[in-house]
Design a protein around this ligand. Structure first.
Ligand code: 23J
Ligand code: MN
Length: 258
């Protein structure tokens, strides 16, 4: 084994590196995105027992699961959006696996999001973060900490008569990240990588439109971003190898030095 991997194993075993779970529980209670009723809805999660140590299978327990690809903590592949539909290696089964691992950059806007649920990150916010933490490195996962994952029930989607109110990226921030930096993608604590009101923006769903059009990925419904340093973590986010998949639920892990 190389010294690097030997050190990794030893540091994991001795607790110098902690594995932080950035994944919310996936079950029938998991909330799904609420699109305008003119569009087909996400079906939510259902599970059915195939057998449970009974006459259907005396020695084993297993379930059937049904859900949309974009459910709970999940990965968005470029093919998810029309802007990414013709890119090479744009689906869950064709993205090179090296692109599932990269350094985490955590931009903390929890305070701003608490006072303004429609808060949008701008390039100016990103550059202020870089002034403190250094440039977003090549191959980074850019993670937006909003503490939205601490909300439960109706407060998570936070919808009223004008639709959902959840924070996200200004169109200019998504453009800045794809043009001026070389990232893997962005991750958020909210139900999708666009702000709640983004369906009505000048470019509808600008983050999906711009990220996926540039071959970048998304991670939605993350949690525990408050347990990550601004820089220095390693994020592992590998979706299921669904053939022509537009995304999938997944387990997102962060390696963090303690
Ligand atoms: C479909 C349509 C609009 C959106 C989404 C899905 C997501 O957020 C998603 O899960 O990718 S905004
Ligand atoms: Mn999605």
């Amino acid at each position: 084994m190389t010294p690097t991997l030997s050190h990794l194993i030893a540091d994991l075993a001795d607790g110098r590196i902690e594995v932080v779970d950035l994944t919310i529980p996936l079950g029938i209670e998991t909330q799904v995105i609420a699109l305008p009723p003119i569009f087909a809805p996400s079906p939510g999660v259902s599970m059915q027992v195939i057998s449970q140590y009974d006459e259907m299978g005396p020695g084993w327990y297993w379930n059937t699961i049904t859900m949309g690809e974009h459910t709970g903590t999940h990965f968005d592949a470029p093919v998810h959006w029309v802007t990414g539909k013709d890119l090479p290696h744009n689906a869950t089964d064709t993205i090179p696996p090296g692109r599932f691992v990269g350094p985490g950059c955590v931009i903390d806007v929890a305070r701003e999001s608490a006072t303004d649920p429609d808060f949008l990150l701008t390039p100016e916010h990103i550059q202020a973060w870089e002034g403190v933490n250094g440039l977003i490195p090549r191959g980074a996962w850019v993670l937006l900490r909003t503490d939205w994952s601490t909300r439960s029930g109706a407060d998570f989607l936070n919808a009223d008569a004008t639709g959902p109110h959840t924070p996200g990226f200004h169109q200019r921030a998504s453009e800045f990240l794809v043009r001026e930096r070389d990232i893997l993608g962005v991750g958020v604590e909210t139900i999708g990588t666009d702000a709640g009101q983004a369906g009505g923006f000048p470019v509808p769903f600008p983050n999906h439109t711009i990220m996926h059009g540039a071959g970048k990925f998304g991670l939605a419904s993350l949690c525990n971003l408050d347990r990550l340093p601004a820089t220095g973590s390693v994020i592992i986010a590998a979706p299921l190898k669904l053939v022509r998949g537009s995304g999938s639920p997944l387990r997102v892990l962060a390696l963090v030095a303690r």
